[in-house]
Design a protein around this ligand. Sequence first.
Ligand SMILES: [Zn+2]
Ligand SMILES: [Zn+2]
Ligand SMILES: [Zn+2]
Ligand SMILES: [Zn+2]
Length: 172
Amino acid sequence: MQKHFSHRHGLVPRDVKAEDEILCSGCELSLSGSAFACSHSDNQCNFYLHESCFHLPRKIQHESHPEHPLKLLPFAPYDVSAFSCSVCPRNGNAFVYHCSACEFDLHVECAFPKETVNGQRHESYADQLRAHSEMQDALAACQLESEIARRGRQAILDSLDPPNVVRRYYYY
Ligand SMILES: [Zn+2]
Ligand SMILES: [Zn+2]
Ligand SMILES: [Zn+2]
Ligand SMILES: [Zn+2]
């Protein structure tokens, strides 16, 4: 049994099945595989943590807020325990990396992108952004291709223009 600062009862390692549809009480994302669960006998807490969320550092220095260190809190220290994340458009109701001087709040998953926190996450916001920009690149490439097909050599020359020239086929 292990103690974690975010929960009043001891936690025990547990293997969670995906069918159980359990959400992590730290990052609020779905949880399966190695986890820590509240060991309280009746399990009324329904408290679970990803193994990685269990091991999150209590204090970090993060590029999104270089001025101050951010402290990991089990809930945001506001009257309503919800917070709005400073780097993504979603609210949070659980773990938060917080700067009290600036009321700066960060989701766990926004502090640590998917790869480093948990390999089995649902798509994170960062992934969606990346997918979106890949889509835009693909779209731009398509537009360039069709432009070349239509106008031939001139389009290729245009595409080699220095960056201060507006390439109208990139932005409609
Ligand atoms: Zn408990
Ligand atoms: Zn988690
Ligand atoms: Zn966020
Ligand atoms: Zn700050």
